[in-house]
Design a protein around this ligand. Structure first.
Ligand code: PNS
Length: 157
């Protein structure tokens, strides 16, 4: 059985995240979605809210596990029996940062990272931009799962 891990802040989950995780769920027997508990910037959504929103957005698949972590990615990956970390790439600008993290993860552990291109329709979508547009009163209903759109509306009301 091959287990893939999709790590991230998911503050909040977007359609881009759901697309990458869903494509992993179709290709790997088991997918661990690892939600970092303490992302660099103070998150809009709590850890519990981010996990709950992911759960509501990933109901199509029964081979996905949601976990939280606060230490090194390689540690949670080893604990959960992960074979490979998958990172979505939207554009070349993502690549530089992701390459550095992949090489660091290979250095501090033995974790292999594979990059998966984001579907073109979600290539411009990021959690930060979604929050910015929502905060300024724009519509994000086409960019995030329905549960996230409702949660944003409630949170920013
Ligand atoms: O969604 P994000 O914010 O791009 O996710 C970033 C994340 C959680 C994948 C990254 O910050 C991470 O791997 N954090 C764990 C800390 C770690 O292992 N750092 C050292 C290796 S880069």
């Amino acid at each position: 059985m091959t287990t893939a891990m999709c790590p991230g802040s998911f503050d909040p989950p977007t359609n881009g995240h759901v697309d990458i995780i869903g494509r992993c769920a179709q290709r790997f027997e088991r997918v661990v979605v690892a939600v970092v508990s303490n992302p660099g910037k103070s998150p809009l959504f709590s850890l519990e809210e981010r996990i709950s929103l992911l759960g509501d957005s990933l109901t199509e698949h029964d081979n996905i596990e949601l976990v939280s972590f606060s230490g090194l990615l390689v540690e949670i990956a080893a604990e959960r029996g992960v074979d490979i970390v998958i990172k979505g790439l939207r554009a070349g600008s993502d690549f530089d940062y992701e390459l550095q993290m992949a090489q660091m993860n290979a250095h501090v552990g033995t974790m292999e990272t594979l990059f998966m291109p984001t579907s073109p329709r979600w290539g411009f979508v990021s959690s930060s931009l979604v929050k910015e547009v929502a905060r300024l009163g724009g519509s994000v209903v086409d960019l995030v799962p329905p549960a996230v759109a409702s949660a944003l509306e409630e949170k920013l009301a």
